[in-house]
Design a protein around this ligand. Structure first.
Ligand code: ATP
Length: 307
């Protein structure tokens, strides 16, 4: 059935330098199976590479053919090298920001700029060659672990693949496999845990080496030991890159330079963790709620509505 096409889509996405995810109802990410809803622009001839900055300016957005406005008047900036955390209620539009940034859709009003250029004046290739998305549901195709990592950059040498694997804290595990880097993974091969798949995704992103990174809830569903190893790999990956961290669990944004709290289609609070806590507003309330929930042993996730 439909699953047969998934690797094809996945491959197409990689060829497009996409590595893009789309939020499914379960909160899992899947590769986009729809084509962008907008027409590609001819590649702008740019004198130099675009700066790794992102600016949303008064963005209003609805999915085509739907009535609900997801973003009312969304404005924020990410400076070069800045780590921005995005938090807000489930369905509040965090993943939609990423789809807009990758220009799968155009806003109804307002402007989105990459390196100071309106996205509508850049080609998909120009946009996507700047951005890597590391998400929860890393797709492994039936092939060697080496080739799975090489998806990040098809012309990477063996030495480059290994260096990326080391930096992603997955080299040791790969070496422990009977066939090492030649071991076949995927459905009929070696099964990798969620944490191991995430590290393969990090290795791919390291190979892609884009100046902008989107981490989508990168630490969910792994145990504490795995979490420390993954966090270390993520810290290496984020080094020197402009990063958007999309979080359901607030703990993953505490270290961000700035956290944006989305609600009702706008940024309602913005600042570093400590400042937002001191402010005693929405963010501080969410934190308190999450602390209560984790103390009660319930699954940690954001409540459906902030208000
Ligand atoms: P979560 O934390 O649950 O992942 P989110 O903040 O990332 O949520 P989005 O995935 O951006 O939220 O979704 C915002 C809203 O848009 C949701 O109500 C979702 O159902 C809706 N939505 C997402 N994709 C589409 C689509 N392709 N067409 C129509 N509506 C969509």
């Amino acid at each position: 059935g439909v699953e047969i096409f998934r690797p094809m889509r996945e491959l197409r996405s990689v060829l497009h330098q996409g590595m893009v995810g789309l939020s499914a109802a379960q909160g899992i990410y899947q590769v986009l199976d729809d084509q962008p809803e907008v027409a590609d622009a001819p590649a702008a001839s740019l004198a130099r590479p675009l700066a790794p900055t992102i600016a949303f300016d008064g963005v209003r957005f609805r999915y085509p053919g739907t009535r609900r406005t997801i973003h009312e008047a969304l404005s924020f900036e990410a400076k070069a090298g800045e780590r921005i955390g995005l938090v807000g209620p489930s369905g509040g539009g965090k993943s939609s920001i990423v789809r807009l940034l990758l220009r799968f859709y155009d806003p109804e009003a307002g402007t989105i700029r990459l390196g100071g250029h309106d996205l509508r004046g850049l080609s998909f290739d120009q946009i996507r060659s700047m951005i890597s998305v590391v998400n929860q549901d890393t797709f492994l195709f039936h092939g060697t672990v080496e080739d799975n990592i090489r998806m990040g950059r098809l012309e990477a040498t063996e030495a480059e693949v290994e260096a990326a694997a080391r930096a992603a804290n997955i080299h040791g595990f790969i070496q422990s496999l009977p066939q090492g880097y030649r071991s076949v993974v995927g459905e009929k091969g070696v099964k990798l845990s969620g944490g191991q798949r995430q590290r393969v995704a990090i290795a791919r992103a390291l190979l892609r080496d884009t100046p902008i990174l989107v981490l989508d809830e990168a630490l969910s569903a792994v145990d504490a030991e795995n979490e420390a190893v993954i966090q270390e790999a993520l810290d290496r990956l984020m080094q020197g890159r402009t990063t958007l961290v999309l979080a359901h669990r607030l703990s993953s944004v505490i270290g961000c330079d700035r956290i944006l709290v989305l609600d009702g289609g706008r940024v309602v609070e913005s600042g570093p963790h400590a400042a937002l806590m001191q402010q005693g507003g929405v963010y501080a309330g969410l934190m308190a709620e999450q602390a209560r929930e984790s103390a009660a042993g319930t699954i940690i996730d954001l409540p459906v509505a902030v208000r």
